[in-house]
Write a protein that binds this ligand. Sequence first.
Ligand code: KG4
Ligand code: ZN
Length: 353
Amino acid sequence: MNYETRMRAKADALIQKGHALVLGVESSCDETAVAVVEDGRLERSCAIASQIDTHALYGGVVPEIASRMHVEAIDPLLDQALDQAGVSLSDIDAVAVTCGPGLVGALLTGVSWAKSLAYARDLPLIGVNHIEGHVSANYVAHPDLTPPFVCLVASGGHSHIVLVQRYGEYRLLGQTTDDAAGEAFDKVARVLGIPYPGGPLLDKLAEEGDERAYHFPRPVTQGKYDFSFSGLKTAVINQAHRLEMMGTPIVAKDWAASFRRSVVDLLADKAVSAATDSGATRLAAAGGVAANSLLRRELVRKGEAAGLKVFLPPKRLCTDNAVMIASAGFYRLMAGNLASLDLNALPAISMLE
Ligand code: KG4
Ligand code: ZN
């Protein structure tokens, strides 16, 4: 029996039982992560090595450095994840790995590593869409959350509003037409002299600022649930340069607060109306930007005012991790959705693939 036939039989047995201990692997950008999750819901371990300090020296992610650092970090992270979970490799039922979207070289390190492990240990392999992974962080954080629900996914590379119809079945309701929300945060932070990735620090600074101090344009988009951040970002950056030329100092905390308010209003208003218009009763959020303090407060405030139950993962599960990949992998496994050994990195894969 070849590997693929054996894996199909193994997966069928796991589907019959409805249980699986899944090892998740994430390497799509600047975090290497390995985690163990039981039945898609119970976090047994979460090991992460962040490369942020290295990339901060260059003001952004350097793809070649990212790939090399993933290769160095991944083996020790496996030991750490197994230790934390109190299990050995022989207890693992399947390996789930992010196959896209992301940086091609970075993705390839995780994908080839996971393929080798799955082949060597005779384990089913599952390819996971990174954005689907972000959505699935909510399954671990909220054991009572089941589809259908609407999810706002906002990170450094993506800004989407999706209707999760069933596990693994999504309808795209809206998305950014240009920059991602996190990207806009990072670029505006740079103007304020905040090091990469600027989002979290800008958020902290904004907590002390006056959000009415500066007026920034409200981006307009054609699609009712689409976003556009590029115009806002450019307006904010141009205004900063204009003030600088006039010798007028920018009050960084007020600037950060005013910008954060514009982005958050846009994200929260669109997410809430997408949820209510589609008849959903539950709204979730995911991705690095879902760690934003004001966005979290506003999603709860506006969502609850609209009669929605709002679900937010803890901040540590909003940014990249492998717990979310293992969770998404479990539901793909239960749907019989296995990858073969020719699984490749898919840097530009969309949410719905
Ligand atoms: O999900 P993530 O870790 O990686 C991607 O898949 O892109 O998201 C990282 C992004 C960065 O742009 C970072 O600045 C942003 O999420 N981010 C935040 C906050 N925490 C992380 N943006 C605004 N406020 C935050 N608190
Ligand atoms: Zn991400």
